[in-house]
Design a binder for this molecule. Structure first.
Ligand SMILES: NC(=O)c1ccc[n+]([C@@H]2O[C@H](COP(=O)([O-])OP(=O)(O)OC[C@H]3O[C@@H](n4cnc5c(N)ncnc54)[C@H](OP(=O)(O)O)[C@@H]3O)[C@@H](O)[C@H]2O)c1
Length: 327
């Protein structure tokens, strides 16, 4: 029987269980059956596991939003893929932490020859996130200075390289010397180790007291107030995650009015609304890799049955780059 990781009850990493499961006896007409070769671990998996992002299923449920693998069967109405194709995905339906699964053709992406399955599972969700954050939500520009938190994380190292490829000067925050060197090597122009320096003071020094036009904040609770201080007049606050916890209630007037700020809370799903958007987005990530503007960074590969340990590693802040699971 195939194996999967399920969330048995909402909570910490120890609620994850490795179990046998049965595949549906009939493959739906518009689905393909995929044998996974690599599974992407993303921060959102921890939000689904803990319950801060509710999922539309009853417990227990199989976790995960991203994987790569080979098609082993196709439904009767599948037209764009065939058995043997290498494919990946980075969207709901949730349920990637397993050996074999059925998945809708319309959300599937073909993996180009120059990208391995491990690379695809490590880069697709985080890379597509950087694409929409930097190219569509707010288009970063050459010689512009921006602020990005957790610059040595999975999303952060891709962002550092993407910004460099555009000529944009990214200020990245990190918590250790090792992460500082890594972010710098990946193209981050200025580094702030927030354990040693106050972020807003340093940003104002770098920008001659102007502040930055945009802050990308995936850390949330611990960084929100400092992020607001770093913005220039009419700047844009992009809250795209909360690795330190949910931002608490804010006073809208006090927070945004003094500098006439803009605020957005985006998600990748909102920027890959249809197949055209999904393919444009993934193709831009693949192009960045092909042109060697972005290289993938796999911090560690865990076995699927080590999902608890993998979640603990991601949440311990020890990791840099991406983590994948091997089915
Ligand atoms: N909205 C979207 O579309 C979207 C899509 C993908 C990802 N995201 C978000 O992007 C963020 C980064 O995701 P990722 O998978 O690449 O994770 P990650 O950046 O590899 O890991 C999180 C990092 O956050 C920093 N951090 C600061 N305070 C923390 C705390 N109290 N606990 C844990 N980490 C803390 C740590 O870096 P330092 O040690 O350097 O501080 C840590 O390494 C997450 O918030 C995720 O939800 C959003």
């Amino acid at each position: 029987m195939p194996k999967q990781i399920v969330v048995t009850k909402l909570g910490g990493a120890d609620v994850l269980e490795y179990q046998d499961y049965k595949l549906p006896s009939i493959l739906k007409n518009k689905d393909v059956r995929i044998k996974h070769t690599a599974i992407g671990l993303n921060y959102i998996d921890t939000y689904h596991r803990s319950g801060i992002y509710p999922v539309p299923f009853d417990l227990p449920f199989c976790l995960g939003m991203e994987a790569a693998g080979e098609i082993i069967e196709v439904g009767n109405e599948v037209s764009n893929f065939k058995v043997g194709d290498r494919v990946a995905y980075a969207t709901p339906p949730i349920g990637a932490y397993c050996e074999i699964r059925d998945f809708p053709e319309e959300k599937l992406i073909a993996i180009p020859d120059f990208i391995s399955d491990d690379q695809a599972a490590s880069v697709l969700l985080q890379g597509m996130t950087v694409e929409y954050l930097f190219e569509r939500l707010y288009k970063i520009k050459k010689n512009e200075t921006i602020l990005f938190h957790a610059a040595a994380g999975g999303v952060g190292l891709i962002a550092s390289q993407w910004a460099r490829s555009v000529g944009c000067k990214m200020i990245g925050t990190v918590s250790t010397k090792e992460k500082a060197s890594l972010a710098k090597e990946h193209g981050c122009e200025f580094i702030i180790n927030y354990k040693e320096e106050k972020v807003s003071d340093k940003v104002m020094e770098i920008t001659n007291n102007q502040g930055v036009p945009v802050v990308y904040d995936g850390v949330g609770k611990d960084t929100f107030d400092e992020s607001i201080k770093c913005l220039s007049t009419r700047g844009l606050m992009v809250s795209f995650g909360q690795s330190s916890g949910m931002v608490e209630k804010i006073d809208m007037h006090k927070t945004f009015n003094p500098k006439s700020l803009f605020y957005t809370r985006p998600s990748l799903m909102g920027y890959t609304l249809n197949r055209e958007e999904l393919l444009n987005c993934s193709n831009k990530v693949f192009d960045k890799i092909k042109n060697e503007d972005v290289k993938t960074n796999i911090f560690k590969k865990f076995k699927l049955n080590q999902a608890r340990e993998a979640h603990k590693t991601l949440q311990s802040r020890e990791s840099f780059g991406s983590i994948i699971l091997e089915p």
